[in-house]
Ligand binder design. Structure first.
Ligand code: UDP
Length: 633
């Protein structure tokens, strides 16, 4: 049945109100794990009063890539009689069934699924999730980022004066993690958003608008989120948080429906895990490269309309020009202070002949800081979220991270990991404060801020205070409330200048060397990424007089282009030649620097020639960086 909608378009924006609610459909693709999945919806609705996504299921609803809903689930098949395993305490990201089947869920029961041609899947208790709302957080057991919806039968609301407000734009539904912390903003939200939108755009789907399905306000870093604006017609649409969505739609409508919505953020941009279920460290299987981070940084700079050159910021007290090398000293104004910031800044200028500009998030605009970082030689700052901005530094610049007393730099490595990503090409050094006398802890702070104060009248017991103070260096711990970690992390520091300068010189020397070798390094790096094509016209003949097989071939057609990639064709293509008697699984391998080779007949493995069954020859080209091309027989 085709439902006829009566639509009333308002004049100032494109939202329509309907006196009936459109039926929903969903098409999911991707692997069995939530973070591999993406679901495309038609008419995905949202209920403000219930704070839930709603799938209006009708006869015309199409559900693809999820187990069937609405009707009873298919009965367990071969494992009938086997008692179901206990459900896990929280979802673990594995595939699970979609909304509307809650009452049918028997935790862990094995059922036939519509996904993957009837392959069996385990159902989970927290089983409504169909996709992941955040690509950046490795939150094991945390279901906050799992997307789920509730089903309403269309027949039940038909003729009941149920109304919806329809947004005709394409929406990407996403959930932010901690929009008040710059590292989390960049790593957990903006990078996965950028990659997800890029993936959609590569597939030809442009102009997505972002809806943040979380309970945060726009927050201090909204300027960055706003970069993700969609452009439809002449308008540009910024992302929406729930509150601003409400302002855009008919307030009396029962449901807000996105005519087209996509859920499922890519998970391949993470470089760090924060230690929720083990000690923090680089993300396992991280595949993000520095080059992708640079592409992202470029996108952000463009979105913020930051000019490429000619830094001219009178508010810094001087006109810093691109050609005048400078260092940026990042200081925090509220906590984890550098207490001798002015001396430190003078010392850097003196030692390295650099102007030094001191900035902080409290006193400078984000755009201004990013602009400044674009051409900086060095960034120096206390460990903290602001150092994630080092992704905006130019290649071969230096990041010097300072650590308060008692915190081993090797244990807290989000910025070191970032700096070392291949292709970001930063030079990184950590400086740890070795001297408790130059450290100022804050026992007067509340516990969550590294102090001993529980509330207006109570402090943590003295014995526990003593344990915290004696826990040096701080032992490995989980995120994020370890009191010894917080106590040390929120100390202020007087930076020991000679010690710091020694560390800075190491980095500076490395930079000089890198700049000297830059040309060769980058040309090798380019060559290593290219793969040769197949060799052509492979011929082989037996030469009884010489007792050899003569094999020759033509070089891969893209050889000429690979030569250019190695700085004037310095590298020589090599070839691997494999000799294998027909029907055998073993082979003998030879290498040739030319496009021909004589293989002694005795090397045919003894089988092929003697038995008359024949010998196979396989040849593959090997480009610089040991990249082996396809085999030709
Ligand atoms: N922040 C800041 N100045 C300060 C303290 C914090 O700008 O003096 C910012 C910090 O960069 C981050 C947020 O406030 O974006 C939260 O800081 P927190 O200390 O909780 O996190 P951390 O910096 O340790 O990651």
């Amino acid at each position: 049945a085709v439902i006829t909608l009566i639509l009333c378009f308002s004049s100032d924006h494109e939202v329509a109100s309907a006196i009936v609610v459109p039926v929903s459909s969903v098409w999911c693709v991707g692997g069995p794990r939530l973070e591999q999945r993406r679901c495309y919806f038609r008419n995905l609705c949202y209920s403000f009063p219930h704070d839930e996504f709603v799938f209006v299921r009708g006869a015309d609803s199409l559900v693809q890539g999820l187990p069937p809903t609405g009707g009873p689930l298919e009965a367990p098949t071969t494992e009938r009689g086997v008692s179901p395993p206990a459900p896990p305490p929280g979802g673990n990201g594995d595939f699970s069934v979609s909304g509307g089947v809650k009452s049918d869920l028997r935790g862990g029961a094995s059922v036939k699924s519509a996904l993957g041609g009837g392959a069996k899947r385990s159902l989970r208790y927290r089983g409504e999730a169909v996709a992941d709302l955040s690509g950046g957080v490795e939150a094991h057991g945390n279901t906050d980022f799992h997307f789920s919806y509730v089903e309403i039968p269309e027949a039940a609301i038909r003729g009941k004066n149920f109304t919806s407000s329809i947004l005709p734009e394409k929406m990407l539904v996403f959930r932010r993690f901690k929009p008040d912390n710059l590292m989390h903003v960049l790593h957990d939200d903006l990078l996965p958003l950028w990659a997800t939108l890029a993936e959609l755009e590569y597939a030809g789907a442009r102009d997505y608008r972002v809806f943040f399905a979380d309970d945060h306000d726009e927050g201090d870093y909204w300027e960055l989120y706003r970069v993700f604006r969609s452009r439809t017609h002449l308008n540009s649409h910024h992302p929406l948080v729930k509150r601003s969505l409400r302002a855009e739609v008919d307030k009396d409508a029962d449901l807000v429906c996105f005519a087209t919505a996509t859920v499922g953020a890519v998970a391949h941009t993470k470089w760090y895990q924060y230690g929720y279920d083990r000690f923090q460290g680089p993300a396992a299987d991280a595949t993000i490269t520095g080059s992708k981070i640079r592409a992202f940084a470029h996108f952000i700079r463009k979105g913020l309309e930051i000019p490429k050159y000619d830094i001219d910021m009178p508010r810094y007290g001087s006109r810093v020009r691109q050609k005048q090398p400078y260092a940026v000293l990042f200081n925090r104004r509220s906590d984890r202070l550098i207490l001798n910031e002015v001396e430190l800044s003078f010392a850097i200028s003196r030692e390295f002949n650099l102007s030094t500009v001191t900035v902080s998030l409290e006193t400078h605009s984000l755009s201004g800081i990013i602009h400044l970082l674009e051409n900086a030689t060095m960034l120096i700052g206390m460990h903290g979220a602001q150092l994630a901005l080092s992704m905006f530094l130019p290649r071969h610049s230096i990041l010097l991270e300072l650590f308060p007393y008692g915190l081993p730099a090797a244990h807290y490595t989000p910025y070191r990991t970032l700096a070392h990503l291949e292709g970001l090409d930063l030079i990184y050094r950590a400086w740890e404060n070795p001297d408790p006398a130059k450290s100022h802890p804050h026992p007067e702070y509340p516990v969550h801020h590294g102090g001993f104060v529980l509330d207006a009248t109570r402090k943590i017991p003295e014995q526990q205070q003593a344990e915290i103070v004696s826990n040096v260096p701080v032992k490995p711990h989980r995120c994020c409330k370890d009191p010894a970690f917080l106590f040390r992390m929120y100390q202020d520091t007087v930076v020991d200048l000679p010690g710091f300068i020694r560390t800075a010189w190491e980095a500076f020397t490395q930079r000089q060397e890198r700049l000297k070798n830059r040309k060769t390094e980058s040309s090798n790096a380019t060559a290593a990424t290219f793969s040769p094509a197949e060799v052509k016209n492979l011929n082989c003949s037996y030469r009884p007089g010489k007792g050899v097989f003569h094999v020759d071939w033509e070089e891969p057609w893209n050889r000429a282009f690979l030569g250019g990639a190695t700085n004037g064709g310095e590298f020589r293509m090599r070839y691997l030649v494999r000799v294998q008697p027909a029907g055998a699984t073993e082979y003998t391998e030879f290498e040739s620097a030319e496009t021909h080779l004589d293989v002694p007949a005795a090397e045919d493995g003894g089988g092929g020639l003697a038995s008359g069954s024949g010998v196979h020859f396989w040849v593959a080209a090997v480009a610089a960086g040991d990249v082996v091309g396809p085999w030709t027989r």
